[in-house]
Design a protein around this ligand. Structure first.
Ligand code: ADP
Ligand code: GLC
Length: 472
């Protein structure tokens, strides 16, 4: 099958979250499985090109309404062939996403750039697999602007997060090269165009990144205003859990951690804990459990619950907290205040740092994700593999991947709280701390988690089935 991937992130070159990890793993899986895959992403000015041998491949012009952009297409690596679109006028902003008035054009240029490049390369995809709002107009573009050239092409839209919709003033519609009648008319009348909605209306297939989230987004509570449109297309909506790239994320071979370990020999984990605490300038006591956080600090992730619950817990129990993240100032401030209030117990690194993310997974004893909603979540999957017991809110992909520990049966992989409130979070963390005090139980719990397998070899096959269904 010929598959075209279009997305705004690709690890390790351009990453703000899990989409980058998915893009770094799913296309290579499909390539290994024998499909002819092409990947298109922007060449942001933030991309570190030192390990990326770029080969100038094409020069293309992309008209967007009245605007015209020149794009140089560089081929990056080959497994699968991955193309980086160079257009400083659009992608040299010092970061991946902006709220600039041309934000919609930045990613329209990606979508059109990918299609025009494929045309030049003589690559006619069977499936165009677009990700999030940045690629969500592709189904409309294919159907209405390339009806002959791409008549056999089917489109799949994967929604990684329904709350980022690409909603713009109606004037943005003029930059899409598409007929105004194709846009949702009531919304247009109200002065808006919504890229993700247009994708939901036009894509041949719609997927999201966990089965529970696939159900949740069809409810008013989690539908972010689009649930009605998703319900109307319910038979095409599937939830496929993300996989894990265990080449990147496993304690046996992680390139970013000082000590490797495996289920049969956990000595390295204890040494990583020591290294982690040292790197944050915190004292180390092997008896004291360490709770980890690695996250974008945004409302979705639920850290509002830490105030006051985490302050109370730190006052009442012996444990340490290590956190890595950046985002909304109020949440950064919350973690800074925790670190100031408990200088020996809480370490906070404000920023984005891949190697520290790996060290926290390896060195912490437990990992907390109190997300209000979570389409899939990757860090709980990484935590499981590293024997770092996840403590999660029962929502989305967290509900699908972490099972509540039962001391009676010795089954389960973590601690799962149902109600997103102070009591729920405190209950789960206290249950984890109590279990930690029983080394035999804790070992069992760690081993249960480490034995879980979320590899792309399993999850990728589910995408192949979706492609087959779409093209049959
Ligand atoms: P989301 O995509 O919603 O941010 P996921 O759990 O799917 O959540 O993926 C987050 C990814 O981003 C993980 O690979 C995580 O390690 C990484 N990450 C998040 N914040 C940081 C940070 N501050 N530094 C390094 N890596 C981070
Ligand atoms: C989004 C979601 C996250 C998911 C990731 C990759 O960023 O917030 O839950 O794991 O996409 O699909």
């Amino acid at each position: 099958m010929k598959v075209l991937f279009v997305a705004s992130e690709l690890a390790p070159f351009a990453k703000t979250g899990g989409l980058a990890d998915v893009m770094a793993a799913l296309p290579p899986y499909l390539h290994r499985a024998g499909h002819d895959v092409r990947v298109f992403v922007p060449l942001y000015d933030t991309v570190d090109t030192s390990n990326l041998p770029l080969v100038r491949t094409l020069e293309i012009d992309v008209p967007l309404g009245e605007h015209r952009y020149h794009i140089t297409v560089f081929r990056g690596h080959d497994a699968p062939p991955t193309y980086f679109l160079y257009c400083p006028a659009l992608f040299a902003r010092g970061r991946l996403y902006t709220s600039h008035p041309d934000e919609h054009r930045r990613f329209l240029a990606l979508a059109f750039g990918a299609l025009l490049s494929c045309h030049e390369l003589g690559f006619v995809p069977d499936v165009i697999h677009g990700h999030d709002w940045q690629a969500a107009l592709l189904p409309m573009i294919v159907k209405s602007l390339f009806p002959r050239e791409l008549r056999g092409t089917r489109t799949l839209l994967t929604i990684h997060n329904l709350n980022y919709q690409g909603s713009f003033p109606a004037a943005a519609g003029a930059d899409t090269n598409l007929q105004p009648e194709l846009f949702h008319q009531e919304l247009l009348g109200a002065g808006r165009v919504n890229f993700l909605l247009q994708g939901i209306l036009f894509a041949d297939g719609i997927s999201t990144v966990s089965p529970t989230y696939a159900n949740e987004i069809q409810t008013a509570e989690h539908g972010a205003g689009l649930d009605g449109f998703l319900r109307a297309r319910s038979s095409t909506v599937v939830g496929i859990l993300n996989g894990v790239d265990y080449q990147e994320w496993s304690p046996e071979r992680d390139r970013h951690i000082p000590h490797h370990y495996r289920p049969s020999d956990l000595g390295g984990k204890a040494r990583n804990k020591q290294a982690l605490l040292a790197s944050l300038g915190l004292p180390h006591d092997p008896q004291v459990p360490v709770l980890g956080v690695v996250s974008r600090l945004v409302g979705q992730k639920g850290f509002g619950l830490f105030e006051p619950a985490m302050f109370d817990l730190l006052r009442r129990h012996r444990f340490q907290l290590v956190a890595l993240g950046s985002g909304e100032p109020a949440l950064e401030d919350l973690f800074s205040r925790l670190a100031q209030s408990f200088p020996q117990r809480v370490g906070f690194y404000k920023g984005f740092q891949n190697s520290l993310a790996h060290l926290i997974e390896a060195g912490a004893d437990m990992f907390v994700m109190p997300s209000r909603y979570e389409p899939c979540g990757l860090n709980q999957l990484y935590s499981l593999r590293y024997g770092t017991v996840p403590i999660v809110h029962r929502t989305g992909g967290l509900a699908d991947t972490v099972q509540q520990w039962s001391p009676r049966t010795g089954t389960g992989t973590g601690f799962v709280f149902a109600h997103h409130d102070q009591a729920g979070l405190s209950w789960a963390i206290e249950a984890a701390l109590a279990t930690y005090r029983d080394p035999a139980q804790w070992q069992r719990l760690m081993h249960n988690g480490m034995a879980q397998d979320f590899s792309w070899d399993t999850q990728g096959k589910l995408y192949e089935l979706v492609y087959e269904r779409l093209t049959r």
